[in-house]
Design a protein around this ligand. Structure first.
Ligand code: 5GP
Length: 175
């Protein structure tokens, strides 16, 4: 991978510190409960894997897959469900874990889908928030980092060709 094309925006050490704090907070909030954590694939897998290792509670993991990007770097606004959960969510406390919120269209769609299954509660945590690009108001419990309007990848997010998810840092393409 050619590192001349990008700048490190958030280092692996900062990511891990942010997640550790969020994990502590969620451990307190959900103390005594058995929750379902749903990473939104594909981008949310790495954040979720680190987050659950910082949560000291009983939890199950289910996966939802959504795609809105294709090969482009702009949201099409169209959300496709690529993978669905297998456990019933009715009456469960659900924590949805997403990599990044941009226009908000993907999360709005996925939250509506989960709510239609009557969970006892639904909270959404996101790693990154690009507030400048929001098109719809979306309910987010916590975001770990606010970022500027730049295309980012690494730490689970792809560089728009499906590569780059394995970088431990979050990097931004140079303008
Ligand atoms: P939204 O529906 O909020 O516009 O976009 C959410 C989805 O768009 C995310 O799940 C992610 O897949 C993708 N996305 C938004 N911004 C970026 C970005 O800067 N980099 C990458 N790799 N994906 C992004």
């Amino acid at each position: 991978m050619n590192s001349n094309n990008w700048d490190v925006l958030i280092s692996s050490a900062r990511i891990q510190e942010g997640i550790r704090k969020l994990g502590l907070e969620l451990t307190e909030i959900y103390s005594g409960k058995k929750i379902v954590v749903i990473p939104l694939l594909r981008g949310g897998f790495m954040f979720a894997a680190d987050l659950v290792r910082n949560m000291n509670i009983d939890l199950q993991i289910e996966f939802l897959g959504a795609a809105s990007y294709g090969e482009q770097t702009k949201s099409s606004g169209e959300v496709r469900l690529t993978l669905d959960t297998t456990l019933p969510l009715s009456g469960r406390d659900v924590l949805l874990v997403e990599d990044i919120v941009d226009t908000g269209l993907t999360l709005t769609y996925i939250q509506k889908l989960i709510k239609s299954r009557n969970p006892a509660s639904l909270r959404t945590v996101v790693m990154l928030d690009k507030k400048a690009r929001r098109q719809v108001d979306v309910d987010i419990y916590r975001c770990v980092f606010d970022i500027p309007d730049r295309f980012v990848f690494g730490y689970g997010l792809d560089n728009s060709g499906g590569f780059g998810r394995n970088l431990p840092d979050i990097v931004a393409i140079k303008d």
